[in-house]
Design a protein around this ligand. Structure first.
Ligand code: PGA
Length: 309
C-alpha cells in the first residue's frame, strides 16, 4: 500500500478539496456541501497533513491551490467519478431497468424538477415518469393519500410518518418592477417594503405560507393588493407595474429576470430548502430508491442552483 493510500483520508475529504477548488473559499465550499465551516477547515487540514504538503494558500479573500493541491483535485475527480459509475452499475444489478417514478411537486418546484428528472432519466432511459403539479395544499393531500413515490415541498407538512430528504436551497426574494422607486436601494426596511402594494399567491400556496410566517415573525403586515394563483402571472403583473412581491428565485429559471428588479430588503430573502418527502410506511420501489440516491449526490444538483444574489 502506498504512503498516500495509507494516509489520505476519506472520499469526503476529496469532495471537500474539489469544492474548495470550485468555490474558492472555505465558506463557499462549506455552503455547497451543507457542512459547517469548522468541519471543512478541519478536514482540509487533515488532508494536508496526510499528504505532507500544503494544498492551498490564501490570496486576498480567495484560496488558491498549490501544484500539489491541483494534482490532488485532478485525481480526486477521477476517483469520485469512478465511484459514481460503480454506483450506477450496482443500482442496475439491483434490478433497476424499468419502472415508473411517481412524483408530485408544488408549483414552484416545476422550474427545476423537470431538469433533475431529465438528467436522472438519461441514466435510466427505460423508466417512465408520472409528474403531478399543484400548490402546497393539493400536494399535501396527495402525500396524505400516499399516491406518489415522492412529493417535493419546501414546507412539508409535519407528520411523524413523513420521511424527508433535504436536497436544495430555496430562497424567496423580494421583487419589484425595474423602474420602481425601491429598485437599486440598499437595505430597504421591511416595513417600507411592506407598504408597497403586494401581489400574493393564493391560499394553499407554500410560498404564501412562508411569506405569512416570515412577516408574522417580524410583526409586519403586507399591503396585499391582489391574490394571484400563479408565479408566472405574479411575475408579469410585477413587470406591468401592478406591485411588488416575494417569489422563489427558481421562478426566474424560466423567462429570466428581465423586467423585474430584485430588491435588497432587510430580513429578506426568506431562506428555505427543498425536500423530497415520502411516506415511511410505503415500500420504496427500486426507481424511487435510485432517485433518492441521485439527489443525495451534491454534484448532480449543481446545474439547478442559482448564483447567490
Ligand atoms: P407553492 O409552494 O408553489 O404552493 O407556493 C412552494 C413552496 O412550498 O415553497
Amino acid at each position: 500500500m502506498s504512503r498516500l493510500h495509507a494516509h489520505v483520508g476519506t472520499i469526503r475529504q476529496l469532495e471537500i478539496l474539489c469544492a474548495l477548488q470550485e468555490h474558492g473559499s472555505v465558506v463557499a465550499a462549506a455552503r455547497a456541501l451543507h457542512l459547517t465551516q469548522p468541519t471543512v477547515s478541519m478536514q482540509l487540514r487533515k488532508l494536508s497533513e496526510a499528504v505532507g504538503l500544503p494544498l492551498y494558500f490564501q490570496v486576498g479573500r480567495r484560496l488558491q491551490l498549490t501544484d500539489a493541491g491541483r494534482e490532488m483535485v485532478s485525481s480526486a475527480r477521477e476517483i469520485l467519478s469512478c465511484f459514481e459509475r460503480l454506483d450506477m452499475r450496482l443500482t442496475k444489478m439491483r434490478g433497476l431497468t424499468a419502472g415508473t417514478l411517481r412524483i408530485a411537486v408544488v408549483t414552484t418546484a416545476k422550474y427545476f424538477i423537470p431538469h433533475l428528472i431529465g438528467e436522472f432519466c438519461k441514466l435510466y432511459p427505460d423508466i417512465s415518469v408520472e409528474l403531478k403539479v399543484g400548490n402546497r395544499e393539493q400536494i399535501a393531500q396527495r402525500m396524505a393519500e400516499g399516491l406518489d413515490d415522492f412529493c417535493v415541498f419546501s414546507h412539508p407538512p409535519k407528520k411523524e410518518e413523513y420521511l424527508l430528504t433535504e436536497f436544495l436551497p430555496n430562497r424567496l426574494v423580494a421583487i419589484a418592477p425595474e423602474q420602481h422607486e425601491l429598485a437599486g436601494r440598499e437595505r430597504i426596511p421591511l416595513e417600507e417594503f411592506a407598504r408597497a402594494p403586494f401581489l400574493m399567491r393564493e391560499a394553499g400556496s407554500g410560498t404564501r405560507y412562508a411569506i405569512e410566517r416570515h412577516m408574522e415573525r417580524f410583526d409586519c403586515e403586507l399591503n396585499v393588493r391582489m391574490t394571484i394563483e400563479s408565479n408566472e402571472a405574479i411575475k408579469h403583473m410585477v413587470m406591468a407595474g401592478m406591485g411588488v412581491s416575494i417569489l422563489s428565485e427558481h421562478t426566474w429559471n424560466v423567462g429570466g429576470e428581465a423586467g423585474i428588479a430584485i430588491l435588497d430588503v432587510e430580513h429578506l430573502p426568506i431562506k428555505t430548502n427543498w425536500y423530497l418527502a415520502r411516506l415511511g410506511s410505503k415500500p420504496v420501489t427500486p426507481v424511487a430508491e435510485a432517485l433518492l440516491e441521485y439527489v443525495q449526490r451534491e454534484e448532480r444538483l449543481k446545474g439547478l442552483k442559482k448564483v447567490e444574489l
